[in-house]
Design a protein around this ligand. Structure first.
Ligand SMILES: [Zn+2]
Length: 234
């Protein structure tokens, strides 16, 4: 295994939607040569009035501190998408390069859905790496383009030395119950077709790569049984 490959994955809960028992989460990948790659940053410090269903918990900065990391220790922030519960603390990581799908970053420029937290994700372009589709970021860490939830959403595949491959679906498949080839479209969601295509793309990936652990974006029942920081997968 090369030194710069992924060798640890930490999961952390940074907030919730108490009414629906939904966890808001971030992930940290560490490489053999000591790089820290954060995946998403959780809710903003001050939650916008129109998002009062969300509640902050121990935030990403406090969670990282538990394992001795400061915001400036983060080398890369993988941004799955710019929804307020995923990109709310991006601006805190002043030494990091942000990695986002080009389609998503471009859409967000004019999409009011991402306006609330624009100050977080709208960073100088020299600090943003735009990627196009599926991309291997480093050995054992792949970005999987999964549009549907939003244009240019990305999921993340992490390959670890002991555990093997772990797929973080994030919001492409927020709940385990949705990870199925069955038609679930009730006609109410204009993005249903794209969501279904991304779900099937991930199901195919899991089959092809024989992925043993699939972690869904907001599934409290599954989350309760997973290892959380300071524990980790290796
Ligand atoms: Zn989400």
């Amino acid at each position: 295994m090369s030194q710069n490959a992924a060798n640890r994955l930490y999961l952390m809960q940074v907030g919730s939607m108490p009414e629906y028992q939904i966890p808001i989460v971030c992930y940290l990948v560490q490489t053999g040569d000591g790089k820290n790659i954060l995946i998403d940053t959780g809710l903003p410090e001050i939650i916008p009035e129109d998002a009062s269903e969300f509640e902050n918990g121990q935030d990403v900065i406090e969670q990282l501190a538990r394992i001795g990391l400061k915001p400036d220790d983060i080398d890369t922030v993988i941004s799955t998408h710019y929804d307020g519960d995923h990109a709310g603390r991006h601006a805190a990581f002043t030494k990091a390069q942000y990695v986002v799908q080009r389609v998503h970053h471009t859409d967000a420029q004019t999409n009011p859905r991402f306006a609330d937290i624009r100050s977080q994700w709208d960073q100088p372009m020299e600090r943003i790496r735009l990627v196009d589709g599926d991309t291997e970021l480093l050995p054992g860490l792949e970005l999987i383009e999964t549009s549907g939830h939003v244009p240019g959403h990305q999921s993340v595949l992490v390959r670890l030395p002991k555990t093997g491959a772990i797929l973080l679906t994030v919001d492409a498949v927020p709940f385990a119950a949705g990870f199925t080839r069955d038609e679930q479209d009730d006609g109410s969601n204009p993005d249903a077709e794209a969501i279904r295509a991304s779900t099937i793309k991930l199901l195919d990936l899991v089959e092809r790569e024989q992925i043993g652990l699939v972690i869904f974006g907001h599934d409290m029942e599954q989350w309760a049984g997973l290892k959380k920081l300071p524990e980790y997968y290796e």
